[in-house]
Design a protein around this ligand. Structure first.
Ligand code: KG4
Ligand code: ZN
Length: 374
């Protein structure tokens, strides 16, 4: 049995987890910094690094304690090398390197995006489901919107990332989908992060007539590339051109200043027109994510569709993928909400693959903010 301590600090979550054989999650601890970044409407890199420094030791300790383990019981340490914020990554890497050196255990550098793919495998294992490969994996979060083809590889082969081979087949050319959610929520006076609240408000719109319709986004060149900044701008222009939104946005901004940011508090401050606008925005995002992913699945004749990252928690995205993929004969896999957003269990699981394939780092390991996968 291989026990791996995973460490993740690429963005605004400080996380540690213990996972055995890349499959059984013994513990997964996540310290979120949302409350710190909320008033800026996005992640502030300097504040993120400082908070990681404060959290890293207690979070690792808690992960070991919940797994009933001591540092000496760990067989290897897996740490996120990138992509992410350089100062944030450095905290996890420096701590991981120090632990590995002090304990004399191997250090396994992990690509954060490979971690998101492994979150799906962890969940599938928990549900006793086997993920058939090749698969298409959509990673969709506040920082990423990217499509991969995931194929079984050969252990120790120079071109394989452990046991899986990743090939990037599409990506966003501008904003990530989660970023679009966050920006639209901000301009509508609905707080930060935007995804969870817009998801619920879209549901509350029911059958109210749409104040505007957003057509499919066209991307020249690769049909598997995404683009969300045009949609966000279309929402902005619509709101600017319709003076009736201004008053309720101001009212909600004042509520947010008083700390009233819950769904139950903001819902009564939204007119049916705003709810319908949110529903149309979400409809456009979901349609685009699902259609391009399924186009890739058909083009590549794959077996399964995997969806991971913070936006994978979106209820309409899940429902639409389930319905559409069933029609086309693909099996769809999502992680649970806890494994969708950034966590260290997925890093430990991805590290296991690389541990077995012998991908170890030494003390020269450095953060790579734009580390590429596939
Ligand atoms: O993976 P994550 O925790 O962090 C990174 O960005 O790496 O994802 C956070 C993003 C935020 O942009 C948030 O608005 C979005 O995921 N999100 C959602 C939902 N829950 C979180 N977007 C749409 N619907 C949701 N239910
Ligand atoms: Zn992530």
């Amino acid at each position: 049995m291989t026990r791996i301590l995973g460490i993740e600090s690429s963005c605004d979550e400080t996380a540690a987890a213990v996972v055995t054989d890349g499959r059984e999650v013994l513990s997964s601890v996540v310290a979120s910094q949302i409350d710190i970044h909320r008033k800026y409407g996005g992640v502030v890199p300097e504040l993120a690094s400082r908070e990681h420094l404060r959290q890293i030791v207690p979070v690792v300790r808690e992960a070991l304690s919940q797994a009933n383990m001591l540092l000496a019981d760990i067989d290897a340490i897996g740490v996120t090398q990138g992509p992410g914020l350089v100062g944030a990554l450095l905290v996890g890497i420096t701590y991981g390197k120090t632990l590995a050196a002090a304990l004399g255990k191997p250090l396994v550098p992990v690509n954060h995006l490979a971690g998101h793919v492994h979150a799906v495998f962890l969940e599938a294992h928990k549900a006793n489901r086997a993920v058939k490969l090749p698969a298409v994996c959509l990673i969709v979060s506040g920082g990423h919107t990217v499509l991969y083809e995931v194929k079984p590889g050969v252990s120790n082969a120079a071109d394989s990332d452990g046991l899986l081979i990743y090939r990037k087949i599409g990506q966003t050319r501008d904003d990530a989908a989660g970023e679009a959610y966050d920006k639209v929520a901000k301009l509508l006076g609905l707080g930060y992060p935007g995804g969870p609240i817009l998801d619920r408000l879209a549901k509350a719109a029911n059958g109210v007539a749409a104040p505007v319709k957003f057509g499919p986004t066209k991307t020249r060149g690769n049909p598997l590339d995404f683009s969300f900044s045009g949609l966000k701008t279309a929402v902005l222009y619509h709101v600017r051109e319709h003076a009736e939104y201004a008053e309720e946005i101001r009212t909600r901004e004042e509520a947010l200043k008083r700390g009233e940011r819950k769904y139950e508090q903001l819902l009564p401050l939204c007119t049916p027109q705003t709810l319908a606008l949110v529903r149309e925005f979400q409809h456009a995002v979901v349609r685009d994510l699902v259609e391009r992913t399924l186009l890739a699945a058909e083009q590549l004749a794959i077996e399964s569709v995997l969806v991971s990252g913070g936006v994978a928690a979106n209820s309409q995205l899940r429902r639409t993928f389930e319905e559409r993929a069933k029609d086309k004969g693909f099996e769809v896999f999502f992680p649970s909400r806890a494994l969708s957003t950034d966590n260290a269990a997925m890093i430990a699981a991805a590290a296991y693959e690389r541990f077995r394939a012998g991908f170890f780092a030494d003390a020269s390991l450095n953060a790579d903010p734009s580390l590429v996968l596939g």
